[in-house]
Design a protein around this ligand. Structure first.
Ligand SMILES: [Zn+2]
Ligand SMILES: [Zn+2]
Length: 173
């Protein structure tokens, strides 16, 4: 995602609107492969303060990742506010802080800043649906699709059911 700042260089100190769209492929997040299944959009304004470019905008993406419970594809729409400064890399060896975004010439490369902001907005667990029932811990069946027989085989763990059967026996006497 590249931003041409030629206009801003000609009009320093003035907010200039931009509206960018870019198609991204796959990415890694929390040990999973995620995919940007719609073009990522980023719109806002930028301004040159001396040679530093201040970029402010809103990024939007639709991300697909495996559901944290059942591993089926799950989709999440994310929206992130981005506000970053890009300093000009003069290319003459002037040191720049390590985590500082830089640019050369007339073009800013925004991918890192936008990606970082979007991934920060992702929930810690992405689910296919709020009440996803996940996989059976014994047979691995997807419990959203069908009930496996493992649950029925399990002896009743509820102490009250044992008590209830005792009471029933008493009644029979
Ligand atoms: Zn799920
Ligand atoms: Zn099962």
């Amino acid at each position: 995602m590249k931003l041409d700042i030629t206009k801003g260089i000609q009009k320093k100190g003035v907010d200039i609107a931009f509206d960018l769209v870019d198609s991204w492929g796959e990415d890694r997040w929390n040990g999973d492969t995620i995919a940007y299944i719609r073009p990522v959009s980023f719109s806002g304004t930028y301004m040159l303060a001396d040679e530093t470019v201040i970029v402010r905008g809103t990024a939007r993406a639709l991300i697909q990742s495996p559901c944290a419970r059942c591993l089926e594809p799950a989709q999440t729409a994310v929206c992130a506010q981005v506000e970053e400064a890009f300093v000009r890399d003069k290319g003459d060896g002037t040191p720049v802080e390590e985590d500082q975004y830089t640019y050369t010439g007339h073009v800013l490369e925004l991918d890192d800043a936008v990606r970082t902001a979007l991934l920060l907005e992702l929930p810690s667990r992405i689910l296919c649906k709020e009440d996803c029932r996940g996989l059976c811990a014994r047979c691995g069946a997807n419990l959203n699709v069908n009930e496996c027989s493992c649950q029925k085989d399990l002896p009743a763990r509820n102490p009250f059911s044992a008590l209830a059967s005792l009471l029933n026996e008493d009644e029979e006497v």
